[in-house]
Write a protein that binds this ligand. Structure first.
Ligand code: ADP
Ligand code: MG
Length: 301
């Protein structure tokens, strides 16, 4: 197959591993910087131009689109979809996953377990929305944050009110969420490919921190999932329309609660913790599914 990896840098661990895994399995592979792709979107024959040439003959496109370039990156991916190239994850699903509120609403609609979560707009409603999600302590999150940045734990209602006011003052959209204390600063990253969790790790926040993100100093170890955790992770990925996803779960006293679903889950943490060739499994999935126009939306979303 001819595989294009949409990524800004070939030196990133995940990009490097995808290239290696594709070559190992005998494929032709190229890293394509999405910000250097340009196109005539009105052409009858959709195509993509790249540094003066036309990109042609691709069977698979693997999007590794960073949160800071979601808008342009998904537009480029959509163009690949219109050309019939099989996207490992499709553009619509990636856009969905980048908005925490939209994702949680979709998951809730399908009955996936979530922490109690609220959303409000007017300063007049701060006190009441805090009450609606069960009062302090609670977690306040920016809708488009990643890597733990923009996630705050407010221990008291007063603190919650001022943090919400501060975010709004900066014109940031936020959600408020029940704090799952019993998770003990840990969450479970389930790496889903297709209909299976292929690897999982427990991430533990460093001492004195509640956010388990590896970028915030968290540490990863392998963990065994319960059958309920497995089905929750697979269902969450399916609801989002993602073939490959990192589903983050909190272990609560009411069972597994999905916190978020990532559409470009990093490979380094999970491969190192699990010792598994996750990149190879992604390529295998692509081999099985790469048929022209094999998407749910064909770029129509
Ligand atoms: P980001 O997209 O920035 O990673 P998350 O929603 O994943 O944002 O939150 C970052 C971390 O904060 C999580 O990995 C988890 O450890 C912790 N966390 C987030 N929400 C909650 C919550 N409701 N209860 C307990 N811990 C939480
Ligand atoms: Mg996270």
């Amino acid at each position: 197959m001819k595989i294009g990896i949409l990524s800004r840098k070939s030196s990133l661990y995940s990009t490097r591993r995808m290239v290696e895994a594709a070559k190992e399995r005998g494929h032709e592979v190229r890293v394509i910087d999405p910000l250097r792709c340009y196109m005539d979107i009105t052409s009858h024959r959709p195509s993509i131009h790249y540094r003066g040439e036309i990109l042609e003959g691709y069977d698979v496109v693997v999007p590794r689109i960073g949160a800071s370039i979601t808008f342009y990156g998904t537009a480029v991916l959509r163009q690949f979809e219109m050309m019939g190239v099989f996207p490992l994850n499709e553009s619509v699903a990636i856009s969905r996953s980048r908005d925490k509120l939209r994702s949680l609403q979709l998951l809730a609609r399908k009955g996936v377990g979530l922490p109690v979560t609220g959303f409000a707009h007017s300063p007049d409603d701060i006190k009441d929305v805090i009450k609606v999600v069960g009062g302090a302590p609670l977690v306040i999150k920016m809708l488009e944050g990643t890597q733990g940045i923009g996630v705050v734990l407010a221990e008291t209602e007063k603190a919650a009110e001022s943090v919400i006011e501060a975010f709004w003052g900066l014109r940031a959209n936020i959600l408020v969420q029940e704090f799952i204390k019993e998770a003990g600063g840990a969450d479970i990253r389930c790496f889903v490919i297709g209909e299976k969790v292929v690897a999982a790790m427990k991430r533990q926040a460093k001492e004195g921190e509640f956010r388990s993100n590896l970028h915030r100093g968290g540490s990863a170890t392998i963990t065994k999932l319960s059958p309920e955790e497995r089905t929750t992770a697979v269902r969450a990925a399916r609801v989002m329309g993602l073939n490959v996803a990192g589903v983050d779960i909190l272990r609560s006293k009411h069972g597994p609660l999905v916190m978020e679903v990532n559409s470009s889950p990093g490979l380094e943490g999970i491969e190192v913790a699990s010792g598994k060739d996750v990149a190879g499994m992604i390529i295998q999935f692509a081999e099985k599914n790469a048929k022209p126009h094999n998407t749910r939306t064909r770029g129509k979303g």
